[in-house]
Design a protein around this ligand. Sequence first.
Ligand SMILES: Nc1ncnc2c1ncn2[C@@H]1O[C@H](COP(=O)(O)OP(=O)(O)OP(=O)(O)O)[C@@H](O)[C@H]1O
Ligand SMILES: [Mg+2]
Length: 242
Amino acid sequence: MNEETAMASNGKPTFADNDIMLHCDGLTRIYREGPQDVTVLDALELEVRAGERVAVVGSSGSGKTTLLNLLGGLDRPSAGQVRIAGQSLADMGEAALGDFRNRHIGFVYQFHHLLAEFSALENVAMPLLIRGQQRQQAQAAARDILSQVGMEARCEHKPGELSGGERQRVAIARALVTDPSLVLMDEPTGNLDQTTASNILALMDGLAERSACAFIIVTHDPALAAHQDRVMRLDQGRLSAD
Ligand SMILES: Nc1ncnc2c1ncn2[C@@H]1O[C@H](COP(=O)(O)OP(=O)(O)OP(=O)(O)O)[C@@H](O)[C@H]1O
Ligand SMILES: [Mg+2]
């Protein structure tokens, strides 16, 4: 990807299959908070193409969430860099990074992070409102994607009134509603039954095909990992093919 990236009619960059959506170089994260430094990621390399789906597996504490936080620009690396759609996250200030995240990245957190005082519908519509869409239009899009994750009957409920799996589905809907170029998911189907999980897989398949959206999915679920194009294992701060 370079500055000459073509723009589609909707103003989003368009990507050919072999375009690199995400590139990490020497990515290192050292936590210095405790009595001793902990190197969680150690010069990690990763390249993901547009529309490619990568599963990341690894034992608890191996650094999977740390990695997603760096890839999503929620945390800054101790060394190395992350480039998404040709742009280095390190070059962006907080405001530019926030805007870039809203336009390009969908994030499903390990713990859903929905806003407690807002309904499911409002939570899902929020990223569209933030980017300036009209409320009615944003809510229609939110309702549509909520029905695709089987939550049409629960749109008006607040997160506290939903089950763990239902909250997870709302969080997935919120990540996908903006039609992002890259989706980062941390254990997305952990709380879901088989049928709901496969509906969500189908939704992800559709998105990957339709808009060349790339996925990086952290999971302990062998079926979900096997459904991706490649499986990478995080161990000793590095990724290798599983
Ligand atoms: N803010 C922090 N300060 C210090 N150490 C941290 C911090 N966040 C994470 N760690 C440490 O970094 C390591 C990796 O944590 P991380 O949450 O990335 O693991 P994980 O692979 O996502 O684990 P799990 O599968 O249990 O979710 C752990 O040893 C953790 O204790
Ligand atoms: Mg984690």
